[in-house]
Design a protein around this ligand. Structure first.
Ligand code: ADP
Length: 374
């Protein structure tokens, strides 16, 4: 008795659960024979309205493949599943994830189809919104890329066109100093020297702007690897004069190959080394040590100096264009580190500094890992 009751209760709760779920049974021709309360809630049609109607007419199902093909698949495999747009009674379109299974027919009847229906419209909506925002992001990236290119082109042309009059002015001041020095008094000579050094600074600034503009041209990340040791040697060669006059000692551990264009890596080392020499402590020969560590994904290169150091509040600012902690006391454009940042970021890495005033600075940059040093 207890067992029978329990079985009755079990059947009742199963029937309840079945009624709550979104299930319908239809004849093979589509006529609805069984329509749960779950379906009423999902589609808005009551059982009385749905029974006897053809399911795909009632729900205005839009098939994503030919209906005959689906029926064939169903007969051959006994089941079919897919996502179908269907309409609610109130006219809203829903995206329904549905699974169909065949119920064998009795006495040679065609089989019936039992199907479950899950509303995935909100997922679809989210996917649509995600697609739309991805599309917007792509457009913004393209616009940014275009305006960057225009800005770089503008900087390139402007700095090129500015160079010519400055070269002429420098040539004329040199001429004035060499041929007409006798006609100038002390004050005149001082003015001439100041004009000359201003022109030199302007010329350096234009070179730096040009280098910064060109650092963005084309893809920096290279398919082939660049030997960082060779890039460092090239940078040292370009700084030969500064190294010799300052008595700088530059030591490097074996360096890896990195995924970056050689010119970009040369420039990176050249800017960092030239700063290490420029911002040295008075009466202390600059000492620069370069080393590399790998974490499996990227290499981190350290360029450590024994220079004057930098206050923490400048750690981020110095990587912005035209930010100079040392003002006009030391020659420079304030663009070198911004160019380094541009190069490294474009190559998929990062650059930062750690420093202690009066002790020295360590500039670190990371780049995607190439080969280990030999
Ligand atoms: P520039 O050297 O032409 O001024 P940078 O962009 O290369 O421009 O550097 C920005 C500022 O960062 C410099 O003006 C200097 O104050 C500081 N700086 C850069 N490198 C060092 C260094 N190795 N040691 C101390 N200060 C540095």
């Amino acid at each position: 008795m207890v067992d029978r009751l329990t079985q009755n209760e079990l059947q009742a709760s199963l029937a309840g659960a079945l009624n709550r779920s979104n299930i319908l049974i239809r004849r093979f021709d589509g006529t609805i024979e069984y329509w749960t309360r779950g379906c009423e809630r999902l589609y808005g049609w009551t059982e009385a309205e749905a029974l006897g109607r053809k399911s795909h007419e009632l729900l205005k199902t839009k098939f994503t493949e030919p209906f005959e093909k689906i029926q064939k698949h169903l007969l051959e495999n006994g089941s079919w599943q897919g996502d179908l747009p269907q309409q609610h009674k109130d006219g809203r379109w829903l995206l329904i994830s549905t699974e169909w299974a065949l119920l064998p027919g009795e006495n040679g009847d065609l089989p019936r189809v039992i199907s479950t229906h899950n509303d995935i419209s909100s997922r679809l909506q989210m996917e649509r919104e995600l697609d739309a925002s991805n599309q917007r992001l792509r457009q913004m990236a393209e616009e940014l890329e275009r305006s960057n290119e225009e800005l770089e082109e503008f900087a390139r042309i402007a700095s090129h066109d500015l160079s010519a009059p400055i070269t002429t002015a420098r040539w004329l001041t040199d001429l004035l100093a060499s041929r007409h020095a006798q006609q100038l008094d002390q004050e005149g000579m001082t003015c001439l020297r100041q004009i000359s050094s201003s022109l030199e600074r302007m010329s350096d600034l234009i070179d730096a702007v040009l280098a910064h503009a060109l650092a963005g041209k084309g893809a920096i990340a290279a398919q082939q690897e660049t030997d960082a040791g060779e890039a460092l040697s090239a940078a040292m060669e370009n700084l030969r004069k500064d190294i010799a006059t300052s008595g700088a000692v530059i030591e490097s551990a074996p360096l890896p190959k990195l995924f970056i264009r050689p010119q970009a890596l040369n420039q990176l080392f050249q800017n960092l080394l030239s700063n290490a020499i420029k911002y040295r402590q008075p009466n202390v020969p600059p000492r620069v040590e370069i080393s590399a560590v790998e974490d499996g994904i990227q290499w981190m290169i350290e360029v450590r100096d024994n220079g004057v150091g930098i206050e923490p509040e400048w750690f981020e600012r110095i990587f912005l264009p035209l930010q100079r902690r040392h003002g006009s006391r030391v020659k420079g454009s304030g663009i070198g580190l911004a160019t380094c940042k541009k190069i490294v970021t474009r190559a998929g890495g990062d650059i930062w500094v750690e420093s202690q005033l009066g002790v020295g600075s360590s500039f670190y940059f990371s780049l995607p890992a190439g080969q280990k040093p030999e």
